[in-house]
Design a protein around this ligand. Structure first.
Ligand code: AMP
Length: 278
C-alpha cells in the first residue's frame, strides 16, 4: 500500500493512474478502522481500479473539544487493517496540510443541516462538507463510498454534490453490525461492557419499528420504540424518529422511503444508528 501525507504527492500519483485509464474510488474515514470501514473499501475495490482510503480526524466537524481530543487514532493498527484488505492508497494528512489558518466555509444545505444530528451538533455538517469537498478536490474520485450508518451525512454530501455540480458518483453502503446488533463505530472503543449491553437497545428499538410498522401506525411504533430506549438504564435518548428517507422531514403517508433514526448518550459515549423501514 502506498501512503501519502501530502496533497501534492498524492495528486501526482493519481494523475498517473488517471492517465493510464484507471478509475478512482475514495473512502473518506477518520480512522480507528473496523469492519464497517473495510466493507466500504471492499465495495470501492469492486467498482474501481484504484482505491484511496483517507484517514483524517477533521477538527472542523467536531462540536465538542473533548470528543476531538479523545477521538481514537490507532494509525499503525489502521495501516495493518488496510494492508490486510489490499487497499491501494492511504492518504493520511496533518491538519496543517488540509487547512490554512482561519479558513472560512459555508454552504447553504437548507433544512437538512438543522434536523436530527444537525440540531444536536450545530455546525457539524458545515465541517463535514468542508473536508469532503477538499478530499474530492484533491483525489478527484470517480466514485466515493459512504456508510448508511451516517444516513444524514450521505444526504448532506449528496446535496453538496448536486449544488456544486461535482463530477463524482456517490455510493451508500449498508451498516455493518456486531453479531449482537450493535452498529460498528470507532466510538464503540469507549464503551464499557455495561455500556455495550445497554447500547443494544438502540438496534432493538429500530428493529422493533421495522418489524411492527404496518403502514398506518407510525406514531404508535415510534412512541413504543422511544419508550424502550427511555426505559433502558444507562441510556439517554436524544432522538428517535421515523423520517422521510429523502428529506429527513417527519415521515408522512406519502413518503415513498422511510428511515428510522436514533441518537443516544450511552455512558460517556454518544452513539447513532438507523434502519431503513420502507
Ligand atoms: P468515520 O470514520 O466514522 O467518519 O466513518 C467513515 C465512513 O465509514 C462513513 O462513510 C461512515 O458512514 C462509514 N461507517 C461507519 N460505521 C459504519 C458501519 N458500521 N457500517 C458501514 N459503514 C460505516
Amino acid at each position: 500500500m502506498k501512503i501519502f501525507n501530502t496533497k501534492q504527492a498524492l495528486q501526482q500519483y493519481l494523475l498517473q493512474c488517471r492517465q493510464n485509464g484507471k478509475t478512482i474510488g475514495l473512502v473518506p474515514t477518520m480512522g480507528a478502522l473496523h469492519n464497517g470501514h473495510l466493507s466500504l473499501i471492499k465495495q470501492a475495490q469492486q467498482k474501481c481500479d484504484v482505491t484511496v482510503c483517507s484517514i483524517f480526524v477533521n477538527p472542523t466537524q467536531f462540536t465538542n473539544a473533548d470528543d476531538l481530543k479523545n477521538y481514537p487514532r490507532p494509525i499503525e493498527a489502521d495501516i495493518t487493517k488496510l494492508e490486510s484488505v489490499n487497499c491501494d492508497i492511504l492518504f493520511n494528512p496533518e491538519v496543517t496540510e488540509m487547512y490554512a489558518a482561519n479558513e472560512q466555509w459555508h454552504i447553504d444545505l437548507g433544512q437538512l443541516e438543522h434536523l436530527l444530528e444537525g440540531k444536536f451538533r450545530p455546525g457539524h455538517y458545515q465541517g463535514v462538507t468542508q473536508v469532503v469537498y477538499k478530499l474530492f478536490d484533491i483525489v478527484k474520485p470517480d466514485y466515493a463510498f459512504f456508510g448508511q450508518k451516517d444516513y444524514q451525512q450521505y444526504l448532506v454530501i449528496d446535496k453538496m454534490v448536486q449544488l456544486l455540480n461535482l463530477p463524482v458518483k456517490l455510493v451508500m453502503c449498508p451498516i455493518e453490525r456486531e453479531a449482537d446488533g450493535l452498529a460498528m463505530s470507532s466510538r464503540n472503543i469507549h464503551l464499557t461492557a455495561d455500556d455495550h449491553a445497554h447500547a443494544l437497545v438502540l438496534s432493538k428499538a429500530l428493529a422493533y419499528i421495522k418489524d411492527n410498522f404496518n403502514g398506518s401506525n407510525l406514531s404508535e411504533v415510534t412512541h413504543s420504540a422511544g419508550e424502550m430506549v427511555r426505559n433502558q438504564q444507562g441510556v439517554t435518548l436524544e432522538y428517535l424518529e421515523i423520517a422521510d428517507g429523502e428529506t429527513l422531514q417527519p415521515a408522512t403517508d406519502e413518503s415513498a422511503h422511510l428511515v428510522a433514526l436514533t441518537a443516544a448518550q450511552v455512558g460517556k459515549t454518544r452513539l447513532i444508528d438507523n434502519m431503513i423501514i420502507r
